[in-house]
Design a protein around this ligand. Structure first.
Ligand code: AMP
Length: 158
């Protein structure tokens, strides 16, 4: 299933969507995430997360301070799936764009992830994920940490 899904259009895309209709829900979710990531164009333009920060579209916010926002993922991959983002992107379309000037916000994001995990009652463990670029399955080019929990994680990640 690896190569054909590398296209999000054309005949192979049609074929894979037919095959996926019969696939388990979890596999379909994974494939659509991957297709969204491959279709995304890496850029520094505003993203849907700016609209969430500016409250132009609804989201379920679980934590907010002057620099960081955390809200529930619209397509949860675990019972708890929260995104933690900087309110000011400052060039951080992804972790691969991190510079020394970002040290403070990067630390804050990780610390917020820990606070939100506690708030969500994830004392038995959780996973933090940062996808980067097309091969890392990144679909939104505004740095975000995924906080996943509430179920047993597997390793290696897909
Ligand atoms: P990534 O694929 O690592 O770039 O993650 C982007 C995440 O943003 C995905 O898990 C999406 O489900 C999530 N997402 C996209 N739009 C929204 C939205 N409007 N509200 C909440 N989460 C969203």
């Amino acid at each position: 299933m690896s190569e054909p899904l590398k296209t999000s259009s054309g005949r192979l895309g049609v074929l894979t969507s037919h095959l996926l209709t019969a696939a388990p829900l979890s596999l379909r979710a994974m494939a659509s995430e991957k297709e969204a990531a491959l279709a995304a164009v890496p850029s520094d333009s505003p993203t849907i997360f700016d609209k969430i920060i500016n409250k132009e579209i609804p989201s379920t916010v679980v934590y907010e301070d002057e620099k960081v926002l955390a809200f529930r993922d619209i397509s949860p991959q675990a019972p708890v799936h929260i995104l933690i983002i900087p309110k000011v992107k400052d060039g951080l379309t992804g972790i691969s764009k991190a510079e020394e000037r970002h040290y403070e916000i990067l630390g804050r994001l990780l610390h917020t992830a820990k606070l939100v995990a506690e708030q969500e009652g994830l004392q038995d463990g959780y996973r933090l994920v940062i996808n980067d670029g097309p091969k890392g399955c990144q679909s939104v080019y505004h740095l975000h940490i995924h906080l996943l929990g509430g179920r047993q994680m597997n390793w290696p990640a897909g």
